[in-house]
Design a binder for this molecule. Structure first.
Ligand code: KG4
Ligand code: ZN
Length: 365
């Protein structure tokens, strides 16, 4: 049996407080994963309030770590290292996690690793499916939207990303303007099932421009105008109007993501080589959307890519992905110790130009 490494992961960069224990022998194994969401705390404010998030993380982190260790049947002395999200994200939350991890590392003498939250998402297909490097990754959530070539635990090329809202954020805003509950994605998807997409003509932003960058802000505004048009004409929205608006919006997001993914696949092959079979991995809350997932899977298969979508609990924010990224980095010999500092902005691909825009959940790059 290969040498075993066990690592405690800590995540607090947005609105989920999380801790997990992951062990690597010949393959990675999640021994525990605790996630405490904060949706109810922010519900009245229409978005994540950084100060409320930071306070909740500070109050809950200790308990999450204790529960994760307990669920794994272990104590800190069984760990080989601690991995903590050091950015990008909301600075107060990231600081809460980093300070706790630094304290634990100082008290126990364990090695400490500062992890890029986006690297955690990007490496998840290796944790769940053992996907080989290099692969193409699409992160689509309420806070992220980018295409990456993942070549190694610290080697990423960003092919493109959103220049304004993330798609999940657009789903949430569309739900809000139609009086649907939050989070908006599942609510809009459910309404869209009974709607007719072609009744409203909505734009497909940035498809007329080359490259893999995306934009969702104008699409959201177009839904608002279409809604106002119906309200002005009829004095209100019927259930069918709402369903048609949801269907039109979801189809537009689907079209944009599929076409940009097709371009990202071509860019991937241009960089990595056209021979061989590669993976196309999709992660983030929006990957839960049935029609979007189906369109991306069909596209991937048509283009000769193996489609990988990790289970939803590991696509959304969690600490198992942070622990796993720590395991990969440990194997490269990296250790950060007291040098781990909180970085609110921390692009995975340091050579790519910064993306404009920073939505409700913080920096996108
Ligand atoms: O990855 P995630 O849990 O959190 C972060 O954003 O970090 O993603 C949440 C986002 C929300 O904006 C939510 O509306 C969206 O993912 N979402 C969906 C669906 N389920 C969740 N969007 C479209 N369709 C869905 N079924
Ligand atoms: Zn995330």
């Amino acid at each position: 049996m290969a040498q075993s490494l066990t690592i405690l992961g800590i995540e607090s960069s947005c609105d989920d407080t999380a801790a997990a224990v992951v062990r690597l022998t010949d393959r990675p194994e999640i021994l525990s994963s605790v996630v405490e969401g904060q949706t109810a705390l922010h519900a009245d404010f229409g978005g994540v309030v950084p100060e409320i998030a930071a306070r909740a993380h500070a109050e809950r982190l200790d308990g999450c770590v204790e529960r994760a260790l307990h669920a794994a049947g272990m104590t800190l002395t069984d760990m080989d290292a601690i991995a903590v999200t050091a950015g990008p994200g909301l600075i107060g939350g990231v600081l809460s996690g980093v300070m706790l991890a630094r304290g634990l590392a100082a008290a126990t003498g364990l090695p400490l690793l500062g992890i890029n939250h986006l690297a955690g998402h990007a490496l998840t297909p290796r944790l769940t499916d053992g996907l080989a490097y290099p692969y193409l990754m699409l992160l689509v959530s309420g806070g992220h939207c980018q295409f990456l070539i993942v070549k190694g635990p610290e080697s990423f090329t960003r092919l493109g990303g959103t220049i304004d809202d993330a798609p999940g954020e657009a789903f949430d805003k569309v739900a809000k303007m139609l009086g649907l509950p939050q989070p908006g994605g599942p609510a809009v998807e459910a309404e869209a099932c009974s709607g007719t997409a072609r009744r409203f003509t909505l734009p497909r932003p940035l498809l007329d421009r080359p490259g893999c960058d995306l934009s969702f802000s104008g699409l959201k505004t177009a839904v608002l105008r279409a809604r106002d048009g119906v309200v002005a004409e009829k004095g209100g929205l019927t259930r069918a109007d709402r369903a048609d608006l949801c269907a039109a919006f979801q189809t537009a997001v689907c079209d944009v993501l599929a076409e940009k993914s097709r371009r990202a696949m071509a860019a991937f092959r241009a960089e990595v080589g056209s021979e061989g079979s590669f993976g196309f991995a999709v992660a983030g809350g929006v990957a839960a959307n049935g029609p979007i997932r189906q369109a991306l899977q069909t596209l991937a298969e048509g283009q000769g890519f193996a489609f990988v979508a990790p289970p939803l609990g590991l696509c959304t924010d969690n600490a198992a992905m942070i622990a796993y990224a720590g395991l990969e980095l440990m194997q490269t010999g990296r250790q950060d110790q007291g040098e781990v500092i909180a970085r609110p902005r921390w692009p995975l691909d340091q050579t790519a130009p910064a993306l404009i825009g920073s939505g409700k959940k913080g920096a996108k790059s």
